[in-house]
Design a protein around this ligand. Structure first.
Ligand code: HEC
Length: 473
């Protein structure tokens, strides 16, 4: 007699499908990726189970975002993987791809050892040592080099400090600097930059959260730019470069951007979408935009949206979430790093008048695990040169122009807050051809600059310090 003792694989698939359909119909359609993964995937996808681990970076059917998406959507029925196209929306499947990426990086062990303060760190092209130069800051945000060897450091809470040329911190901040608004972890005093002709004109530019508080202490604020000079330890000669119409000031304390960059007599700066994602696509609002003005605040007559009376005239590009790295290279190309949501951080080439897609296209999901969209590209919207999922929280960007690390010349260095990493990015003919994490775990990197002495300078918080990388071949 031929007794069949094991039910076929298809029996299990059917059983699972019925159970899953039942489960899905009980749940709200808003379930987050953690719950979906837990309920629908974990039974078969842990190491040892029928589907194997999804977080060991081993893929039988392709490991690109798109291939993983297809595996989940269409299944591999002959192998026992159910198609989820009828159970999950495309948005949810996209969200699971992001979640798998997060689990994957959590499980991976490829990190640089956390002893870089003492040891020589070897990277692909150069070995370096870390020098801690200055401590004693509270919340450092941005760094600028004065021609006499001193440095200026802004703190988010408002103060602007002078670091003496021997790298000791002058305990007294500059007097009379602008009032700033900060509610929560963002806003306040942000970027500081010297005019390219600083030696002649003495102009220093500041980007900060400008605003006011009502009698209940509730604030309204918006990103603003001023320039002024420092004389006898005092901020003087202040002029407004950009101040939004009061109707654009918001209660939100989030996503101000920003950075300042100069090129050919223009100033570029960023206003983040202020936590109102849809506003990044609304050209009548300043939020989620990169701006271009003349360095004295006048509006260039050839700005891309100048003819549209409803559009703030300084807008250069749109569809941004919260860029906090901005650089213009010697060929006048503009590069920016941008915080995505949960996943989908970006490194972009910023082109005149272009739409960078947030939140219509993104590689990320919401922080609560709910999907934003299933699409990562769309006609009329720019693709990033590079995207980071899971998020590294990019902050600070420099293009290395020094001579101390000859093989890094023209490479970009992007700092990151959450991942505490410094990424070296090589761009050739408009494409990223190399990316290397050269430093990790020395604090949240807030700013990265090439020093006039050719060393790479970093400003970190948690712990707050000014450090630099020096060659050690
Ligand atoms: C009934 C068991 C079962 C369930 C439930 C299940 N899978 Fe699978 N899955 C499999 C099997 C079996 C394979 C094929 C493994 C192989 O051939 O290596 C697979 C393959 C995959 C692959 C391709 C892996 C590769 O190596 O290329 C992905 C991606 C995947 N599953 C994702 C998911 C996700 C996400 C969920 C939950 C939404 C899920 N699976 C639920 C059984 C399952």
């Amino acid at each position: 007699m031929n007794i069949k003792t094991r039910p076929s694989r298809f029996f299990w698939i059917m059983l699972f499908t019925l159970w899953a359909i039942n489960l899905q119909s009980q749940e709200s359609p808003k379930s987050n990726v953690e719950d979906i993964y837990q309920n629908l995937c974990m039974s078969c996808h842990v190491s040892g189970a029928v589907g194997g681990s999804l977080t060991d970076k081993q893929w039988s059917y392709g490991g690109s975002d798109d291939e993983i998406f297809q595996s989940i959507k269409n299944g591999k029925e002959e192998k026992g993987m159910v198609p989820f196209s009828s159970l999950l929306t495309d948005e949810q499947i996209r969200g699971i791809v992001v979640y798998i990426r997060e689990l994957e990086s959590r499980d991976s062990s490829e990190s640089i050892p956390n002893d870089q303060l003492e040891n020589v760190v070897k990277t692909q092209y150069h070995s370096y040592k870390v020098e801690v130069l200055t401590t004693g800051f509270r919340t450092p945000w941005s760094l600028a080099f004065l021609p006499d060897g001193r440095k200026l450091v802004t703190e988010r809470l408002g103060p602007i400090h002078i670091v003496n040329s021997d790298n000791t911190l002058n305990p007294n901040p500059i007097d009379n600097t602008p009032n700033v608004i900060f509610d929560g972890p963002e806003g306040g005093m942000m970027d500081i930059a010297l005019h390219p002709n600083y030696k002649k004109n003495g102009w220093i530019y500041l980007a900060f959260a400008d605003g006011w508080r009502d009698e209940n202490g509730r604030s309204k604020s918006q990103t603003a730019i001023v320039r002024g000079r420092i004389k006898n330890h005092k901020w003087v000669d202040q002029e407004w470069i950009y101040k939004a119409d009061p109707k654009f000031y918001m209660r939100s304390g989030a996503h101000y951007g920003t950075r300042i960059a100069f090129d050919k007599g223009y100033i570029y700066f960023v206003i983040g979408e202020r936590g109102a994602m849809g506003q990044a696509q609304d050209l009548t609002l300043p939020n989620g935009k990169i701006f271009r003005l003349y360095d004295d605040g006048r509006i260039p007559a050839d700005n891309p949206f100048i003819k549209n009376p409803d559009v703030p005239k300084g807008i250069w590009s749109y569809g941004h979430r919260n860029p906090q790295g901005l650089v213009v290279d010697e060929k006048h190309n503009i590069y920016a790093t941008e915080h995505g949501a949960r996943g989908g951080d970006e490194f972009n080439l910023i082109l005149e008048g272009r739409n960078y897609g947030w939140p219509i296209i993104t590689h990320g999901i919401n922080y609560n695990g709910q999907p934003i969209t299933s699409i990562t590209e769309k006609e009329g919207m720019e693709q990033p040169l590079l995207q980071w999922t899971p998020s590294i929280a990019p902050c600070g960007l420099t293009q290395y122009k020094g001579s101390k690390f000859s093989k890094w010349k023209n490479d970009f260095f992007a700092g990151s807050l959450r991942a505490q990493e410094l990424h070296r990015i090589r761009v050739v003919n408009g494409k990223v051809v190399q990316e290397e994490i050269i430093l990790k775990g020395l604090g949240r990197i807030r700013d990265v600059r090439t020093g006039p002495d050719g060393y790479l300078y970093l400003l970190t918080d948690e712990p707050a310090r000014l450090i630099r990388l020096v060659p050690s071949e």
